[in-house]
Design a protein around this ligand. Structure first.
Ligand code: ATP
Ligand code: MG
Length: 395
């Protein structure tokens, strides 16, 4: 009997024709996540099997919990045969040192030619447990232990423990998106959710030195680094926004500062997205959160680009977003108190129902096309490599 890790795929299995591509991508992503571990990886259309050559189960598990496309992670036992006598004796051996009072057996038979049905196998294995453990009972509703038996073509598996994976699709299977990454709480969470649906991210950060500091930029780099632990690596485009912001500030009625500023950001993102082969823009906007996120504002801002803008948090409450930020490990970094370029030129009374015609009229007061061209051209690109963490750091 060999102990190993088994991965269940979940939603991906609905991809009938493309399943091969999805599984290959998952295998690549798992291989990447486990590059510091000694393992071998095999897979078929139902399961992925990971042999931990150095008994490094714990650290492999922790890393797998950060790979999208995994529905469930199992630490189980592989039996080199699938006949019922072999299953019985193996189960007897496995439960010897296991303490529990109630249990149930769940059997899955991918080998449909097997001579026994799943309920029959469960019954036989249940009998083995009852014969060999004192004072244990079957409880099908709230068992302390679920004993899983899986019968495959020429092998079988027994396992007790299962862990929830992140779900979603393997990063990269849906192409690339450009995340507008500020130092705030929302945008890293929105990036995480896009990655969960298989989108590989690049990111763009607008800075306004000297109005924004090096620490603010470092903070965004740290956030990108945390996100890269789910995404392999992230290309972070840092765009100098100072000249544009100053031009807006000097020439445009202040109630429209934010609206126009965001229209400029969108335009720049659309250009960078096209240069980087990103098919969508992703951002942390949430309906109604601030003046620039009313429906009228979103409409006035969004219309300057053709590329789809995906807002994973559009319908989330702030508290739900904070919950997720804590779960994915970005919250503590996000709340570090460094200013963002959006917060330094905030007018007292930003317009909540901006008119498109006024936006266009005000924009004609500044040479924004040249400024945008310069901002894109002079951007700095930082390659943030995979979260190069040792196991001890993750703990
Ligand atoms: P966050 O939304 O990240 O918590 P925030 O709430 O301060 O930050 P908003 O003013 O709500 O930011 O901006 C909405 C979205 O616009 C952000 O979620 C982010 O995607 C994008 N954004 C704002 N500022 C910047 C910036 N300096 N660089 C890149 N993207 C930005
Ligand atoms: Mg926000």
């Amino acid at each position: 009997m060999k102990q190993l890790i088994i991965i269940k795929y979940g939603e991906m299995t609905t991809k009938k024709d493309n399943i091969g591509l999805f599984l290959k991508a998952l295998k690549d992503n798992v291989t990447f996540a486990l590059q510091q571990e000694e393992v071998t990886i095999e897979y078929d259309s139902g399961r992925m099997f990971i042999n931990c050559l150095k008994n490094n189960f714990e650290s492999v598990l922790i890393r797998l919990k950060k790979v999208f496309g995994i529905h469930e992670i199992i630490v189980g036992y592989e039996l080199e045969k699938n006949d019922i006598e072999f299953l019985k004796s193996s189960l007897k051996e496995l439960i010897e040192n296991k303490e529990f009072k109630t249990f149930k057996i769940e059997t899955k038979r991918s080998n449909k030619k097997y001579s026994l049905t799943s309920p029959e196998i469960s019954k036989i294995l249940g009998g083995i447990v009852l014969q060999n453990k004192e004072n244990v009972k079957v409880d099908v509703h709230h068992p302390e232990v679920i004993i899983h038996a899986e019968i495959r073509l020429d092998k079988s598996y027994l396992y007790f423990e299962t862990y929830k994976g992140l779900g979603g699709y393997p990063v990269g299977t849906l192409g690339k998106g450009l995340l507008m990454l500020s130092g705030g709480i929302d945008s890293p969470v929105s990036g995480y959710l896009a990655m969960k649906r298989g989108v590989k991210l690049e990111a763009v950060y607008f800075e306004s030195p000297p109005h924004t500091s090096q620490q603010a930029k470092n903070k965004v780099e740290s956030l990108a680094r945390i996100l890269s632990s789910y995404n392999h690596d992230i290309k972070l485009h840092v765009v100098k926004f100072t000249e544009i912001q100053e031009a807006i500030y000097k020439n445009i009625p202040h109630e429209y500062l934010i609206t126009i500023m965001r229209r400029m950001m969108y335009r720049i993102c659309a250009i960078i997205a096209s240069k980087s082969n990103c098919k969508i823009i992703v951002n942390g906007e949430s309906i109604g959160q601030v003046a620039s996120q009313t429906l009228t504002s979103m409409n006035a801002i969004n219309r300057v680009v053709n590329i789809p803008v995906i807002r994973p948090l559009a319908c989330f409450d702030k508290l739900e977003i904070i919950d997720l930020a804590n779960k994915i490990g970005t919250f503590e970094t996000s709340i570090l108190p460094y200013e963002d370029c959006c917060t330094i030129f905030v007018p007292d009374h930003p317009v909540i129902n901006p008119e498109v015609i006024k936006c266009e009229e005000y924009e004609s007061l500044i040479p924004f096309k040249d400024l945008i061209y310069q901002a894109v051209k002079s951007r700095e690109i930082i390659h943030i490599k995979e979260y190069d963490q040792k196991f001890e750091d993750i703990l």
